[in-house]
Ligand binder design. Structure first.
Ligand SMILES: Cc1ncc(COP(=O)(O)O)c(C=O)c1O
Length: 383
């Protein structure tokens, strides 16, 4: 049997390769590689898809976050509230601005920012909140936006794992001052290399990011500020444009596979803690439920503490199943973040998840037979 990958990008390529080759041929023939019409076209398509007036392509999700913070004037001495259960890049972007990431623990049901913990971290240095829609599940944005409004804070959505997720009928990435997306190849919408996007309804942010990604250029041969070389290139934009057309269909397949795992693993509840299928279980507003969707970038389970998730990972690997752990060391406990002064025990919910988590293979091209095999092997390991 072919190895069951966490994401099977080869099968995805087979499904779209004619369109990809046609686009590559056109780009190479016309020699249009950086910015230009392909990037502009995709920026427009992505802004329309997310529901913002602007979208600017950059070279990564990390730079999307960094440039957003910079555009909002976040700098030395400022504090930015976010979660320790994210990819390191969320915190790095804050540090690049010489500001300080201030962490709040996550909610044990959704694994996203626990809104109850935000207010106590706000002081006169706090300038912004970065909610992270982790694993593809939207954060409960209404209370976050309310707190931000009450305390005059900016909101930068880290939607790097949540392309297409809805919160109360609107796409994540359209609520905050900016939305930040990564197009790293394994994402729900992934390029053939690195890429990222800032979405926003604010013209000033669009202008800043458009300039700063391109050396600080204001117009040809006129540099308005210190910028970077962080452009989305034409090949990535063309691939992303092809993939965007299929994103909703692919996200729907991810949801079906998640339900399959949920239904077929519930007998192992003594050994495994499964993610809740309801995107945000504590949403008060009934009508909101159907308009709120999880896009299942990762299907993250927790293993009973009597078992070691690394042993399970090795067992799955021996059986041809590629699982992974996101993230076994939370940001606040990473050696590179020691200078922030956090300690083990500061964020118990995040730390428990880090100790026990493992992700099962899940992508639009995972078959139900493969998912069945994963379930069988989990049963074999525990029973
Ligand atoms: C939640 C989160 N934030 C930020 C990033 C950074 O994105 P990139 O790898 O494109 O720089 C990632 C991607 O790995 C991510 O998952």
């Amino acid at each position: 049997m072919e190895e069951i990958r966490l994401y099977n990008l080869k099968r995805q390529f087979e499904a779209i390769k004619e369109d990809v080759f046609t686009a590559l041929n056109q780009i190479a023939t016309r020699q249009e590689f950086t910015l230009g019409p392909w990037v502009e076209k995709f920026e427009k398509e992505f802004a329309d898809y997310i529901g913002t007036t602007h979208a600017v392509g950059v070279n990564s999700g990390t730079d999307a976050l960094f440039f957003s913070l910079q555009a909002l004037g976040i700098g030395e001495g400022d504090e930015v509230i976010t979660v320790p259960n994210s990819y390191i890049a969320t915190a790095l972007a804050v540090i690049y601005c010489r500001a300080k990431p201030v962490f709040v623990d996550i909610d044990p049901l959704t694994y996203n920012m626990d809104v109850e913990n935000i207010k106590e971290k706000i002081n006169n240095k706090t300038k912004a909140i970065i909610p992270v829609h982790l694993y593809g599940r939207p954060c409960n944005l209404d209370p976050i936006m309310d707190i931000a409004q009450d305390h005059e804070l900016f909101v930068i959505e880290d939607a790097c794992q949540a392309h297409g997720a809805l919160y109360k009928g609107k796409k994540v990435g359209s609520f905050g001052d900016t939305g930040c997306f990564s197009f790293y190849p394994g994402k729900n919408l992934g390029a053939y290399g690195d890429g990222g996007m800032v979405t926003s309804n604010v013209r000033k942010i669009f202008d800043h990011v458009s300039s700063v990604r391109n050396y600080g250029r204001k117009e040809k041969n006129l540099m308005g500020g210190i910028g970077y070389n962080s452009r989305l290139d034409a090949i990535q934009a063309a691939v992303l444009s092809i993939k965007l057309k299929r994103l909703d269909e692919w996200n729907a397949k991810r949801a079906e596979l998640s339900r399959f795992y949920h239904d077929n693993l519930s007998d192992l509840d003594e050994y495994l803690y499964l993610p809740t299928l309801t995107p945000i279980p504590n949403l008060k507003d009934d009508n909101a439920e159907s308009g709120t969707t999880h896009v299942w970038h990762l299907y993250e389970i927790q293993v009973n503490p009597k078992y070691n998730p690394d042993d399970l990972n090795r067992f799955l690997d021996k059986n041809g199943i590629h699982a992974e752990r996101h993230y076994p060391i939370p940001i606040h406990l990473q050696p590179s973040m020691r200078f922030l002064g956090y300690r083990k025990g500061d964020f118990p919910v995040t730390e428990q998840l880090a100790e026990r988590c493992i992700d099962l293979p899940l992508c639009p091209y995972t078959t139900f037979d493969e998912a069945r095999y994963v379930v069988d092997k989990l049963e074999e390991f525990f029973l």
